[in-house]
Design a protein around this ligand. Structure first.
Ligand code: 6MZ
Ligand code: ZN
Length: 390
């Protein structure tokens, strides 16, 4: 396999150099620039065109952006160690949810949301992501005047701003329901999403169901999710992220959702059941899989035991994603590289994985066609083939 420098890796290299990273920071933002210079394999994953379908906005805040937020609010006495889980570290899922509470304190004005969303989009683009579905929970902050509506408007503004600046990435937005907030808020969230689906020129495409999986039961959220589906919003639901949710997953799979987040404990080999697998395969529902998130959040003991193996072997559609690239100190290139090294995937298999993710996006068919064309155009430079052979 020969390797050529491409625009993405070069840009990433320059961005990292410009930020003059210290050793401690390298762990939080991805591979160090020196690795990038020396290791052609790292460049392959960085340069690989990618689709990111499972990224929570406030979990995706990078070290560099976090530094800006901490400087804006020194009185909060928040340190980096409180907002990210570094290399080799593990936390319980409960502890992860405490981290989000801290980040929410730092991101509580329209100005913060605009900066965070703009930075996150640009970082995904610099990592070679060509299509991104960002998800976030609309939040009201009485003290600063932030409303749920202005929250969504601000994320949309960031998406439009990046587009106007020519950032090479197509971005859509999923409005998130936090399951902890119950059925009424869930319904209000769907109504808000519906309003923006109609007014945002196709930028709001769906609903995410997330939040602490140990709190509440999905049965109370069914009316809101059904309404979302009926009005044309796509559904991506966190399902069976913890072992105790089998009954809930069975119920929510009847909707059926358009994609599943994690689905860690659906497979019989993970403690789930063939019945659940049959429901997922019958409807061909893609799974969004986040390796580092699951290992650092300790729902999976180690990478080799990740449920990627079972679904990938079955030929079921799986999409590698980051979940919370800031909190878990990863990026999508690293996730592809991790999957490849753990499950012994060739560059050709990795390419197929990234290409097949295009079929799982929520944007309209025309966008899929454009992305497929982009993948075809980029393939020769990735594999160093003459154009006519592709
Ligand atoms: C680790 N696994 C996970 N499981 C479930 N929900 C998660 C999550 N990671 C993130 N979130 C959800 O995303 C919110 C933060 O981003 P936003 O403020 O919405 O942008 C968290 O508060 C949680 O509701
Ligand atoms: Zn998630």
């Amino acid at each position: 396999m020969s390797w050529k420098w491409g625009p993405v890796s070069l840009l990433y290299h320059l961005v990292l150099r410009e930020n003059k990273l210290k050793t401690s920071e390298k762990q939080l933002t991805g591979p160090c620039p020196f690795t990038l210079i020396m290791d052609g394999d790292v460049c392959f994953y960085r340069e690989l065109p990618k689709v990111e379908l499972h990224a929570h906005l406030n979990g995706s805040v990078s070290f560099v952006t976090m530094e800006k937020l901490i400087k804006r609010k020194p009185h909060l006495n928040i340190e980096h160690s409180m907002t990210a889980i570094g290399k080799g570290q593990r936390r319980t899922l409960d502890e992860c949810f405490e981290v989000f509470k801290i980040i929410h304190k730092l991101v509580d004005t329209e100005e913060d949301v605009l900066m965070v969303a703009t930075d996150v989009i640009k970082e995904f683009s610099a990592d070679g992501v060509k299509y991104l579905e960002l998800r976030s929970t609309p939040r009201e902050e009485k003290a600063t005047g932030l409303t749920k509506k202005s929250y969504v408007e601000t994320v949309i503004k960031a998406i439009q701003r990046c587009k106007n600046e020519g950032v090479d990435i197509d971005v859509r937005f999923l409005v998130a329901i936090d399951r902890r907030n119950g059925s009424e808020v869930a319904m209000e969230t769907v109504e808000l999403a519906e309003e923006f689906m109609l007014s945002s020129g196709g930028l709001v495409v769906g609903i995410d169901l997330s939040g602490d999986p140990t709190v509440g039961h999905g049965r109370h959220l069914l009316p809101a999710l059904e309404r979302a589906k009926n009005c044309g919003l796509k559904l991506s639901l966190h399902l069976s992220e913890v072992p105790s949710q089998l009954e809930e997953s069975d119920l929510l799979l009847n909707l059926p959702p358009d994609r599943i987040g994690h689905g860690t404990f659906l497979h019989p080999e993970m403690g789930g059941s063939q019945h659940l697998v049959d429901k997922v395969t019958k409807n061909n529902i893609p799974l969004e899989l986040c390796l580092t998130s699951n290992v650092k959040g300790q729902t999976i003991p180690c990478y080799s035991k990740h449920h990627f193996r079972h679904w990938y072997q079955m030929g079921h559609p799986v999409v590698l994603c980051t979940d919370d690239k800031g909190v878990f100190c990863t990026d999508l290139s690293q996730e592809y590289q991790l999957a490849a090294s753990t499950f012994d995937l060739s560059h050709e298999a990795v390419w197929k994985l990234s290409q097949q993710a295009v079929d799982c996006i929520f944007a309209e068919e025309a966008v899929k066609d454009q992305l497929k064309q982009k993948w075809n155009e980029l393939r020769p430079q990735m594999f160093n083939l003459p154009t006519q052979q592709v």
